[in-house]
Ligand binder design. Sequence first.
Ligand SMILES: Nc1ncnc2c1ncn2[C@@H]1O[C@@H]2COP(=O)(O)O[C@H]2[C@H]1O
Length: 252
Amino acid sequence: MNESLSNMCGHFSFILLGTSYITSDIFHLRILAMSGISLSILFQYYRPLPLFIPIRWNALFLITNAGMIAALLSERNEANKMSDNERELYDREFKQMGFTPVEYYRLVRAGRRRQVKQGSYLCEESQVQKNMYFLLSGSIEVSIDSTNNPTAEVSPSGSQQITRRRSRVASISPNSFIGEMTFLTYLQESRRSTSASTTCIANEDSEVLEWDFEELATALETEKNRGVKNALQAKLSNDLRKKLSAMTSTGA
Ligand SMILES: Nc1ncnc2c1ncn2[C@@H]1O[C@@H]2COP(=O)(O)O[C@H]2[C@H]1O
């Protein structure tokens, strides 16, 4: 290789590396870095005296980047294997909130699907909440304890019973989160345990996606899941906005 060609490789190598620094998409960043490193190896090799120390280090960086790109591609491949239902849910509910298919896939895989029998509790008012849910099918009744002055009643057996009254606040239909208020507090207040604001009971047999607060918070705190965390916070805020406007319109 003649000297001017090798010098051009040197210049282009720095241009590509410089461009990679201002690229936020990690896949493009790694491709640019690999191209820059490859040209830099050519430049260092075709000098009058090859520079073997930087060549060996650059070869190591090239292999590292290639490995990371392979991992990214395999994750993208996995995300493309979403079931039709998952894909439909992504397109309808998560895409416009800024989730990429891979980020959505990671969020779904961090949780598990669960069948919930009619009458089961998902949250209990004033009790520590440990899970967040996304309702896939069915319906959930939201209520609060409206007993101001609990009255003591004497049952036929002679024992005293406190009569508690519950007021219905809302009914949650599919494609809504449940327990998200506590989860947001849990995230913002360094994982402090918090109680649910209301009681949520399944009105009928339902299906939910369920996340354990601690597992989800741990996953969201990793650097690679920063995008998932931002998109999830946007989605939860949007959900809360919808719930608030539903309350305002029903005068609840
Ligand atoms: N007015 C409402 N409309 C719909 N859902 C609600 C309402 N109030 C509370 N919830 C849900 O009930 C959940 C109880 O636990 P969280 O407070 O964590 O999060 C709450 C919401 O997901």
